[in-house]
Design a protein around this ligand. Sequence first.
Ligand code: TMP
Length: 219
Amino acid sequence: MAFSGRLITFEGIDGSGKSTQLQLLARLLGTAGYDVLTTREPGGTQLGKRIRAALLDGEHDSVDPLAELLLYAADRAQHIRQLVRPALQSGRIVLSDRFFDATVAYQGYGRGFQLDLVHQLNRLATEGLTPDLTLVYDLEVAAGLGRIRDRQTGSSVEQPDRLDREPLEFHQRVRDGYHALIAADPHRFRVISAAGSIDEVFERTCREVSTVISLTGSI
Ligand code: TMP
């Protein structure tokens, strides 16, 4: 069935700054009069919050890779049925901090699961729902990991999660995975350089979003 809302997803390696950009865009769209839902994967629902904690709070080797793959899919199935689909059906703009492309990049390219299997699981979990636009915040892996380290030493002492602690090569494979996804579907994906200040990156974000939604009002 057709949806009247819009789904925009935010992707990128850890430390790319996508979550800050999502919040800034939500504020701007809210001011322009749109009904906006901000959400994330994993963790957009109550069940998802528990799955997120199980996935990310643990020790380095405490989650088996297959269990990890299936838990992300379970989080997504709940998220889409309970939150995303109803919001789109009622005409809202949904901004999701990560979506199924993250499973392709992290579990497919990062962990090495067969891409066919990952795509199949994604189709099962999403029931075919695809974002209208996917913004990929692109940054050198070392710079992304450096930002995460800075956050931990800054005023908001944030602990690295289980995936943040993966080696640099893992994050490099994830970044390569995003590049492969972008090359395969340049219509849905927009690459945004995540280098520079928050304001500079937000200008780039607005430029891309304005191709699918008027930033001054009305879809
Ligand atoms: P976040 O820090 O961007 O909220 O994402 C949480 C972590 O979960 C991040 O390291 C990426 C990872 N992740 C996957 O490995 N597969 C997925 O399908 C999703 C949605 C996230």
